[in-house]
Design a protein. Structure first.
Length: 367
């Protein structure tokens, strides 16, 4: 496992307690819109202002941000409200412009973090700079690529780093714009517990009606904060209008958050310990069952080799999936969850049978 050198995010005068809240418009559009949004957020006590200056858009011709023209507006935000400001950067030029104009923090977007060349360019430009940098997950669900982007920034000497979980693109139609796939940021947190984890409910949901629910789930997972798109008039926003909320709506989201205890502490835990022991026993039973199942799969692999039968039996596979799905429903289990499990089991069975066939072919050739 790789190691990261992570220091706490240090912005003078701020005590960044959980939940850290970063808020601001998807894009700064005009000086009036920028300052109006910042003033409203500042009155709520928000100290970290996110502002899209450059926007990587899917289609040419879409609004791609005002560019460096917007930096004087952000300077006014800082002077008038005392807020710290952050922008997205995707190139060395962006980094140099942001530093030149006194930006306090930066984030690397999902499209950029998916490209190691682009991340390295940003990392090289950041060398010698002491500034907080937030790294969004790549647009595709690739944990190693996300870690690699964080490592590149860390190797450039940046130690004030946080990860931003903004969900993952999928072809499947779901209620989310970007499926959260919570298991991926959870695994990142397991590997690097010192790395702050910020959730982006605006991009996960893609719809302002989902922001509160996603934000609460992030808090229930003991993540460190939220980055939320807020606009003084979101219905008229020039980009991603449907996922932005007003500062007043943001206040309701924040006020409604329930912060649960991350540790059991001194609370009575006899019942919890007993339940966990039961979980441990059941998990051991599951592992023993899987071990026996793989032994049988290997025996089937030997039989298929000896009788010149193909490894994949599509009809049998289809029968298994339909049967297991029905059995799952009868037991009150989520069918999609069970299908994923049996898909993984079937893939491992195929791998083991392939290994057996390849070995027997090799042994036969050597005789």
């Amino acid at each position: 496992m790789s190691h990261l050198k992570i220091d706490p995010i240090n912005l003078p005068g701020l005590d960044l307690k959980r939940p850290i809240i970063i808020a601001g418009p998807c894009s700064i559009e005009t000086e009036e819109q920028t300052l109006s949004t910042a003033r409203l957020l500042s009155k709520m006590g928000i100290k970290l202002f996110r502002a899209g200056v450059w926007k990587p858009r899917t289609h040419p011709g879409d609004f791609e941000g005002v560019g460096s023209v917007g930096f004087p507006w952000l300077k006014k935000v800082k002077e008038e409200t005392g807020m710290y400001v952050g922008v997205e950067v995707a190139s060395a030029y962006h980094v140099y412009e942001a530093i030149k104009h006194g930006v306090d923090m930066m984030w690397i977007g999902a499209r950029t973090s998916a490209n190691p060349f682009a991340v390295q360019e940003v990392a090289n430009a950041l060398k010698g700079v002491n500034i907080p940098v937030f790294v969004k997950n790549p647009i595709n669900p690739d944990l190693e690529l996300w870690i690699g982007a964080i490592e590149r920034i860390n190797n450039a000497g940046i130690t004030q780093i946080a990860a931003i979980h903004r969900g993952f693109s999928t072809y499947d139609k779901t209620e989310f714009r970007n499926h959260p796939q919570w298991q991926i940021p959870i695994e990142l947190r397991r590997r690097f517990p010192e790395l702050p984890m910020i959730t982006d409910p605006s991009h996960i949901g893609g719809n302002r009606s989902l922001i509160a629910t996603i934000s609460q789930e992030a808090m229930d997972l003991n993540f460190d904060g939220l980055i939320i798109e807020a606009h003084c008039n979101p219905d008229e926003a020039w980009s991603d209008a449907q996922q932005q909320i007003t500062p007043e709506e943001l206040k309701k989201v924040i006020d409604g958050l329930i912060l649960r205890r991350p540790k059991i502490g001194d609370t009575p835990r006899g019942t919890l310990d007993e339940l966990r022991k039961q979980i441990d026993k059941l998990d051991n039973d599951l592992l023993d069952t899987l071990k026996e199942r793989m032994k049988i799969s290997e025996a089937i692999g030997v039989y298929k080799f000896e009788n010149n039968i193909t490894i994949l039996q599509a009809r049998r596979y289809d029968e298994i999936m339909k049967d297991r799905r029905e059995r799952a429903l009868n037991r009150g289990l989520d069918a999609d969850f069970i299908i994923k499990i049996f898909e993984a089991i079937h893939e491992e069975s195929i791998n083991r049978q392939s290994a057996i066939m390849n070995k027997k072919i090799k042994d036969k050739e050597e005789k």
